[in-house]
Write a protein that binds this ligand. Structure first.
Ligand code: BG6
Length: 275
């Protein structure tokens, strides 16, 4: 079944589209320039993930810590979320989405939980995902805000903020330590044990993308490069050079365990500056 049309958001400087499906921020453009990346080959069908924007990975990342969970990246991005509020605040429009066990195709077994996602769209993009444990026993999850960024040419960007951070290289399965800025020269799929401010300098588009996070332990840097892009049916063969994922969350050894009554928020803010 094809998805319902996304919600259209307009503020003084920005235009965005948000699907209730996945509570998925699909596009965000500032002063007419796309900041989020979207694939021209994305599919828009129930049960399939969108390729681009900001998919929510929850309650596991990729195939999960056991390596065998499906759907990939959890069910949040392929679930119908409920819009709980839409208000204008200063120069931004703020949407609040909720997801609970009744909305999810594959709830955490035997648990009561609620996920609230507050999306603020304006001169910046500000995303906050809160997971609450409303049950009687602890549960664990992984989470990521899997942001796809538009870049002029991924081979020319410099990613600052991760110097000295240990990471798992998911391409080679080796553990490494970052030295200097991250540059993209081949398929790149890394889970860094650091979150915080990351700045992407894009000389082709003449701008900086400043990402700041709270409540996250990990930063993921992903670009599929040539062969992997060609192998993905919802990813155009030539599209890989114009995108870069900088994701923030908690995964692998940094998975979150929530005690009964506890909650935890991951926040991701994206700002654009001229160079
Ligand atoms: C990244 C993972 O976050 O998402 C990659 O680190 C994965 O391993 C990529 O390939 C895309 O995942 P998917 O499920 O949207 O194709």
């Amino acid at each position: 079944m094809t998805l319902d049309a996304p919600r259209q958001i307009r503020t003084d400087r920005s235009v965005a589209e948000v699907y209730d499906y996945g509570a998925h921020v699909w596009s965000w453009a500032l002063d007419g320039e796309p900041v989020l990346w979207t694939s021209a080959e994305s599919v828009f069908e129930q049960g399939k993930a969108l390729r681009g924007g900001v998919p929510i990975c929850w309650p596991w990342f990729g195939p999960g810590r056991t390596g065998d969970l499906t759907p990939a990246h959890g069910f949040a991005r392929i679930s119908d979320w409920s819009l709980d509020g839409r208000v204008d605040v200063a120069d931004a429009e703020v949407l609040t989405y909720v997801l609970g066990p009744d909305d999810a195709p594959d709830a955490l077994p035997g648990e009561r939980w609620r996920v609230t996602y507050v999306v603020s769209i304006g001169d910046d993009l500000d995303l906050a995902l809160t997971v609450e444990n409303r049950g009687a026993t602890p549960f664990s999850y992984e989470v990521a805000l899997h942001t796809y960024l538009t870049v002029g040419d991924v081979r020319q960007v410099a990613i600052a903020g991760l110097d000295g951070a240990p990471y798992l290289d998911k391409v080679t399965r080796a553990r490494e330590v970052q030295s200097g800025d991250v540059t993209i020269t081949a398929e790149t799929d890394r889970v860094y044990d650091r979150a915080g401010e990351v700045v992407v300098t894009d000389p082709v588009l003449g701008r900086l993308l400043r990402i700041s996070t709270d409540g996250a332990a990990n930063t993921v840097v992903w670009n599929p490069w040539v062969a992997k892009a060609a192998a993905m049916p919802d990813f155009g063969d030539g599209e890989w050079s114009g995108m870069l994922c900088i994701e923030a969350g908690n995964m692998l050894e940094s998975a979150v365990t929530l005690e009964p009554g506890a909650s935890r928020t991951v926040r991701y803010r994206l700002a654009v500056e001229g160079t």
